[in-house]
Design a protein around this ligand. Structure first.
Ligand code: SF4
Length: 321
């Protein structure tokens, strides 16, 4: 059994809504509302859901870009929030992020080499010739050439820029990388190249990934386990084969039905979800999915379903089970 690298326990992130002359807190956007999961050493955990479900907010709390409202993030048996400033700085090196938009996440005034060197320079990890050697190595690891070092981001394609973003994330030798929709802004033909690169680097450096994506089709080929979020809640989590072949939650089943089947003799029964995702300011009582669920029962409108383990780590939050 693999060791746990990261534990997320009862994590919440509420964004306050201020109004009135006194700027009082009137309400909260409950972006992430009490979720718990583990990430094992060396695995890729996929985290999927529609826009606004809280998956990217979760990733940003894990890399310390956002403070949780409540809950714990335990990395290598150490509670990140309780660590002192010095230790938090060290922990930040071990957890890195690759952003969704390679166009927006690179400073247009810096050369590619300086962008990759910056985290190592800031953290006093190398300087002078040693730093240049490391930049060159990182460029090679991500499939770029050393002559790219002095070019600027605008001289590169979207796929190449994402390679630079990956090299920058690798610079501090992290143990965990949060990949926040790393291929969704790229052309389909480039997506597979970047996914293969991430896979190769994971094996080379024994990395652990939290891979955030919009749909189940992207994480299918890269994840060992997959978690599904809906309106700030984790609704299902399990090993990828168990989840893809035997999805339990009606929301997961609907997401799966949207994946095209590459076989003209088989027709997929697409489940169309009615209505919009409710507001995270006033989420529905009981099961948050009940306003769109075709299997909704009386209890679903009243009682929030708890996560239950069905088999071999496959957990679901639904009153049908
Ligand atoms: Fe549907 Fe009820 Fe299950 Fe929610 S708890 S997903 S409403 S069946």
């Amino acid at each position: 059994m693999a060791e746990v690298l990261l534990q997320v326990k009862n994590l919440k992130k509420y964004f306050p809504i201020h109004s009135g002359l006194l700027n009082k807190v009137e309400n909260n956007v409950k972006a992430v509302d009490d979720i718990s999961f583990d990430i094992l050493k060396g695995e890729t955990l996929g985290l999927v859901g529609e826009s606004g479900c809280g998956k990217s907010t979760t990733g940003r709390m894990i890399v310390n870009l956002l403070d949780p409202t409540e809950g714990e993030i335990i990395f290598n048996n150490e509670n990140i929030a309780k660590a002192n400033k010095k230790r938090q700085k060290e922990l930040r090196k071990e957890i890195q992020i690759i952003f969704q938009d390679p166009y927006a996440s690179l400073n247009p005034r810096m050369t590619i080499g300086d962008i990759i060197a910056e985290p190592m320079r800031v953290n006093d990890m190398a300087k002078g010739q040693e730093l240049e050697k490391k930049v060159k190595e990182l460029l090679e690891y991500v499939g770029l050439a050393s002559y790219h070092r002095n070019r600027y981001p605008h001289e590169f394609s979207g796929g190449q820029r994402q390679r630079v973003g990956i090299a920058r994330a690798l610079a501090l030798k992290p143990k965990l990388i949060v990949c926040d929709e790393p291929v969704s802004a790229l052309d389909v033909s480039i997506q597979a190249q970047v996914l293969n690169l991430l896979d190769d680097l994971q094996k080379e450096f024994n990395l652990t990934y939290l891979f955030i994506a919009h749909g189940l089709n992207v994480v299918k080929h890269v994840s060992n386990r997959v978690g599904v979020m809906y309106l700030g809640k984790l609704v299902e989590i399990g090993a990828d084969d168990s989840l893809y072949n035997n999805a339990k939650h009606p929301y997961t089943q609907a997401l799966l039905s949207a994946i095209p089947i590459p076989d003209p003799t088989r027709r997929s029964e697409r489940i169309i979800l009615e209505g919009d995702v409710p507001s995270p300011i006033n989420p529905p009582k009981g099961c948050r999915f009940h306003t769109r669920c075709s299997k909704c029962m009386k209890i679903c409108k009243e009682v929030e379903p708890r996560m239950k383990e069905l088999e071999n780590g496959h957990q679901v939050a639904c009153h049908l089970y």
